[in-house]
Design a protein around this ligand. Structure first.
Ligand code: SF4
Length: 252
């Protein structure tokens, strides 16, 4: 393992249950990188996005230090999820290569902008282009490059849906890649941040109950849309499992 640049790592934790996408419900270790080139209005990981918070919360780590931490936390779990922020703002080729050499199954979640060649070495790449409610504009060129470069069987597309406009955006993305052969398509009912709910003065259990009920109501709405729409026949509807079980907390 040669000398390499260090990356801002916000947190490494686990094993936890993967709460989203293709591997939902399986045990995984979690690496959260710091920094993101987007600023989604409903971002639930601002502590890993805003430069001042990344500076405050992050630790600069290289591949060896990350591996030591993973093994220290669990000598057994050999699945790792890399998320952010946006992991694709970093050159993580050496990290992914080393994790694979050590026997890890590597999952990554990114909006797919910018494209990085190391994505093709990951076992599952969840591309999560951000819908209009995020306030962000999708870089379709970068997304095309991801879809064209990553093997279909390693690729999942996940789109967050807060409203009808987001839903139509998801259908547009589905249509754009209809001939691409991606087998996994997810619609994820948007999860409102606890900070945006007026629940801080309530007892903790009541806050979590409200949070769950919002997620479940939104999930029901998205299921109803999908069932009534032949364009959405390929989509699986899945709320964030960890948010539903634990609420809006870190490290779960
Ligand atoms: S892309 Fe993800 S991490 Fe970045 S601002 Fe949007 S929700 Fe937050």
């Amino acid at each position: 393992m040669g000398e390499e640049k260090k990356f801002p790592i916000i947190e490494i934790f686990g094993p936890v249950l993967e709460g989203e996408g293709e591997m939902v419900g399986t045990q995984t270790m979690f690496i959260r990188t710091g920094g993101c080139n987007s600023r989604c209005v409903w971002c639930d990981t601002l502590y890993a996005v805003l430069p001042s918070l990344v500076k405050k919360n992050g630790t600069m780590m290289d591949t060896s230090e990350i591996l030591v931490k993973l093994v220290e936390l669990s000598p057994i779990c050999r699945t790792v999820t890399i998320s952010g922020g946006n992991p694709c703002i970093h050159e993580l080729g050496n990290l992914v290569h080393t994790l694979k050499e050590c026997g890890y199954t590597v999952l990554v979640e990114t909006q797919g902008d910018p494209y990085r060649a190391w994505l093709t070495d990951c076992d599952i790449v969840t591309l999560s282009p951000k819908p209009p409610s995020s306030g962000e504009k999708t870089n379709l060129k970068a997304l095309d490059q991801c879809v064209n470069s990553i093997e279909d069987e390693c690729l999942s597309m996940k789109i967050v849906v807060f409203d009808n406009v987001d839903y139509e955006y998801a259908m547009m993305i589905r249509e754009r890649y209809r001939s691409a052969g991606i087998t996994s398509w997810f619609l994820q009912p948007g999860t409102t941040r606890a900070i945006d709910l007026d629940v801080f003065n309530e007892p903790q259990q009541s806050a979590i109950d409200q949070y769950r009920s919002i997620i479940l109501d939104r999930t029901k709405e998205v299921i109803e849309m999908v069932i009534a729409d032949p364009r959405a026949a390929d989509f699986r509807v899945m709320p964030q499992l960890h948010a539903l079980i634990f609420g809006d907390v870190r490290g779960v």
